[in-house]
Ligand binder design. Sequence first.
Ligand code: DQA
Length: 145
Amino acid sequence: MVLNGPNLNLLGQREPEQYGSESLQDVEAMCRTFAEKEGYSIDFRQSNHEGVLIDAIHEAGVQIKAGEMLGVVFNPGAYTHTSIALHDAIKGAEVPVIEVHISNVHAREAFRHNSYISPCAEGIVVGMGTFGYLLGMQGLIHKKG
Ligand code: DQA
């Protein structure tokens, strides 16, 4: 699963100096092409709602336990910096997550330096632009061994 949090539906028009000019549809197409080349299919999602993201993590947990999914490449957007509920969902559902941020959050405002997701992530990709999603996917495939 490739899961995207709030405001990422605005990718391409939103602060292009931070996030680039590609739309979320472009990112989805790029992820799909990469996954298919590696022999996988992807479930690509975006929501502006914390509860919907939590439900998606729970769903992923069920599919992972059934051996039907590798894990989740997750850009939680601003919920990264606020959501104990997403932290708990990842831990509770035992979901291998690679946290992805398009921008280098550590070079930005102090309120972006803390992540509630990082302590329960398998890996983190920061500041590599939308290419970070592919690095995240590659990481999940690599970790599977
Ligand atoms: C982001 C970084 C967050 O701080 C921000 O709130 C976002 C996008 C990124 O991809 O760089 O919405 O997760």
